[in-house]
Design a binder for this molecule. Sequence first.
Ligand SMILES: Cc1cc2nc3c(=O)[nH]c(=O)nc-3n(C[C@H](O)[C@H](O)[C@H](O)COP(=O)(O)OP(=O)(O)OC[C@H]3O[C@@H](n4cnc5c(N)ncnc54)[C@H](O)[C@@H]3O)c2cc1C
Length: 392
Amino acid sequence: MSELTIPSGISFELSDDERMMIDSVRRYCQTEIAAFVKAHGAETYIPTEKMRELLKGLTEFGFVGGPIAQEHGGLGLSWKTFGLLLEELCAVSLSIGITAFIQTMVATLAEKLLAPELRDKYLPQILSCDAIACMGISEPDVGSNVVEIKCKARPVEGGYALSGEKTWISNGDYADICICVARTGEAPAALDLFLVDRRESPFDSHNIHKMALNATSTAQLFFADCKVPEQHRLTQNGQGLRQVAGLFGVSRPLVGVFSVGVGRAALEAAVSYAQERKQHGKAIAGHQLISGYLAEMATKIDASRLLVLRALDLLDRGVRCESESAMAKWFATELGVEVTSLALQIHGGNGVTCEFPVERLFREARVCPIPEGTTEINKLIIGRGLTGIAAF
Ligand SMILES: Cc1cc2nc3c(=O)[nH]c(=O)nc-3n(C[C@H](O)[C@H](O)[C@H](O)COP(=O)(O)OP(=O)(O)OC[C@H]3O[C@@H](n4cnc5c(N)ncnc54)[C@H](O)[C@@H]3O)c2cc1C
């Protein structure tokens, strides 16, 4: 990727170390991860122990610990650098990319919220991927409006008992640890975070079959009077909601990265196909409409990447950027659908067969406008930022 500097003074220039890191992640993903995906099947479910092994392999390349401070066992990378690493993984396997992303998000919450004793116990397990983690927010009746969460945390002797159901939870079936948002009072905002160690506080899970990304776990979780110790309550006085909102600030542009990665894979496939496929006496890349489609795809991917990097750069500099994160998320994920659709179109009839990757990339891209705030919710956030009036 060429140097990215935009006139506002924001520079995406990478240090030599960052550049080397991205190059080695690219090599690892394009050889080791790609070879695994080819042999295993891009859409075949990856069992827990195999996923753990893959995650452990990725930790050597800045995953999970990348954005964690060095004094806590991480690498202290910027979000911007982590985003570029994630793009490399998502361009090869979005399923594995999502799993690594969620693990990283939970690591950042654990770093921030766990008391020192608990942090010393859990953060190393998450960073090494000895424990796979998930984040339980959504419920069957509660998606876009998190203040309606019903899962309850009832005080019991020595701690709390969690009761309720979570759904769409990435890594849910794999998870040894869940950071769960639960209601601690009747007031709408009385929501707090709890660390549930499944090995000590068991809960059930059930994988959900989706239109794409079935190589990784997206699951329903069932908490039936699941007892967690007092010190596993990570927030007090309804601060859980504020922490979730803070997490979305980072996770939204990173979901935008999913689509940049998938879009890039689709562009690469479309370029090769357009160079090789001949119709009307020449390679279809020599037909102006196809050349135009490729140009449109490349431009949309670059525009998405720039918005994503802008949001990550603001986060790195500690600048409040709720609207910029929301812009990056909705724009990159919606454009990912357009880009992968064009890649499929360029492949003609072959595009709709499983022999070529583009139909899978199209299905994967279509999922991305939904998690971490739908396109509609992200536009409402931007609208609220512009007018000061919430239109939810
Ligand atoms: C692959 C995948 C992975 C996920 N991973 C996780 C995870 O790890 N943890 C987790 O907690 N959740 C996860 N989710 C859940 C995700 O966050 C929710 O699906 C999302 O927030 C939308 O909620 P919903 O599905 O209930 O849709 P709803 O909230 O029911 O929305 C349905 C439709 O109505 C629209 N809508 C809702 N409210 C408004 C409004 N006020 N104005 C205009 N339109 C509106 C929405 O935009 C959408 O189009 C995941 C989802 C998917 C698909």
